[in-house]
Design a protein around this ligand. Structure first.
Ligand code: SAH
Ligand code: F3S
Length: 454
């Protein structure tokens, strides 16, 4: 048995891709280890959405040079978005690197490892495919491990946001055939998965470039019918593709969780224009209001970029204003980072000083913290349905899971509740999570101290 060590940076799709790599290598007798020193094969799955993420790749590879010197037949491979972006350059820059696989080439991994072992080659595979079959595993998925599973439904992005490298490293939009997705979710549900997260760079444009294919809302509809499955989530959506049918899906599909991640990036029309996002602030907020009219309890999260080229104080204030207006439940905020190949790097100097970016980032996060805390406190006293994942990482002795609205809930309860639904009464809240007490789980109602049962 050989040992495989995997390090993953970046988004959920990268995590899912790494799981796929582990699965493929398991068929070649590699077992996973969490100790890099004992690995025979190290795979680094990379993110290049911001420069910081890219730099991490080079420092990790630097750290592993010594391991390679000690163990000559150690194989080190780099995959994901930096691999796609740099290709051959990575081999030149990192002499102890053995192989490079791009975002469409995970299915080639076992073959590439053999090329290193048997032929002494340093293979690089970064081709993009137009046919979605590269996303399929001919042997199907392995047995289910968690209670949740990621399912890739599409890859790539046809939008042209000026700051974003994703279309260059993930390629153009390609959707998997719906019958394959549905079969996969059926298998997962049969194996005990209760929640699926449908993944894609732009999930709500699912099917648009595949004539005769279901639309995203139709796909959700079909997945909603799958027996045994209890929850559906998806990420990430683009505001332009938030169709009336998708809004309606929230009102009629009982398994679709009441949460939408809809990146806005900025509250300023002029910045949105320079970002080439394809919507104005009003168009975005109108859509959110329409969604909330139909589904008042929906939780909303978003992404924000501060310090985009030429962002003035007044433009930045507009971002705080949209946060105030829409009161998101959660945000992810980033300082602008110029990326190779993008339109922004070619036409706009990165002219907002780092200290200003940092200060704006701090202000956005503090501002949102207050909103999140206020909104979370409103949940106190209510009962949330929690899908229990396991022991809480932060709170010793407690277990944790997520409510349908995506909030993390920590509470005291036996670990055997893992993978089960629990009804939890919320007793306290912070900006990032809720604290609660168990009311009941599964089919059985558990009696608490007097006054404890709903
Ligand atoms: N729809 C995509 C978004 C990818 S990038 C997906 O889910 O795959 C995730 C977030 O990173 C973006 O929404 C944006 O807020 C941020 N981001 C992208 N490019 C960036 C850059 N050059 N600098 C800073 N943040 C960036
Ligand atoms: Fe990136 Fe914009 Fe697509 S943020 S992933 S180019 S929608």
């Amino acid at each position: 048995m050989k040992k495989l060590y995997v390090q993953t940076y970046g988004c959920q799709m990268n995590q899912h891709d790494s799981d796929r790599a582990v699965q493929l290598m398991a068929r070649m007798d590699y077992t996973l280890t969490d100790r890099v020193e004992e690995a025979d094969l190290i795979l680094l799955n990379t993110c290049s959405v911001r420069d910081k993420a890219e730099q991490k790749v080079y420092s990790a590879l630097g750290r592993w040079r010594e391991l390679k010197e000690k163990k000559k037949d150690l194989i080190i491979g780099v995959g994901g978005c930096v691999a796609q972006q740099e290709g051959e350059n990575l081999l030149r820059r990192v002499p102890h690197l053995d192989l490079v696989f791009g975002t469409h080439n995970i299915h080639r991994l076992a073959h590439m490892v053999q090329e290193v072992q048997l032929l002494g080659k340093r293979p690089v595979e970064v081709a993009f495919y137009r046919d979605p079959s590269y996303m399929e595993d001919p042997e199907g998925r392995p047995e289910v491990q968690g209670v949740q599973a990621f399912v890739t439904i599409m890859q790539g992005c046809n939008k042209v946001c000026s700051f974003c490298i994703v279309p260059y490293v993930r390629g153009r939009e390609i959707s998997r055939p719906s019958e394959k997705i549905i079969r996969e979710v059926q298998d997962l549900a049969r194996g005990g998965v209760r929640e699926v997260m449908l993944l894609g760079q732009n999930v709500n444009s699912y099917g648009k470039n595949s004539p005769g294919e279901l639309t995203f809302s139709q796909l959700l509809d079909r997945i909603n019918d799958i027996e045994g499955l209890e929850r559906i989530r998806f990420t990430t959506s683009h505001p332009q593709d938030l169709s009336p049918e998708l809004v309606e899906a929230y009102t009629k599909l009982e398994k679709l969780c009441e949460h939408l991640h809809l990146p806005v990036q900025s509250g300023s029309d002029t910045v949105l224009e320079r970002m080439r996002r394809g919507y104005s602030r009003k168009e975005y907020t109108d859509r959110i209001h329409r969604l909330r009219d139909q589904c008042p309890d929906i939780a909303l999260s978003t992404d924000i970029i501060v310090g985009f080229p030429a962002e003035t104080d007044a433009e930045f204030e507009q971002t705080l204003e949209i946060l105030r207006e829409l009161e998101y439940d959660e945000i992810y905020a980033f300082a602008y980072s110029p990326r190779p190949q993008t339109v922004a790097v070619k036409i706009y100097p990165d002219d907002v000083p780092e200290e200003v970016k940092k200060e704006r980032l701090g202000r956005v996060l503090n501002f949102q913290n207050e909103i999140s805390l206020r909104k979370n406190k409103k949940k106190i006293g209510y009962i949330e349905e929690v899908l229990v994942e396991g022991p809480s990482k932060l709170r010793k002795g407690q277990i944790m899971g997520r409510a349908r609205n995506n909030r993390i809930v920590n509470f005291t309860g036996p670990e055997c509740l893992s993978r089960q639904m629990a009804q939890v009464r919320i007793t306290a809240a912070s900006a990032n999570s809720l604290l609660g007490e168990l009311v009941s789980s599964g089919e059985v109602s558990i009696t608490l101290e007097p006054g404890g049962v709903a």
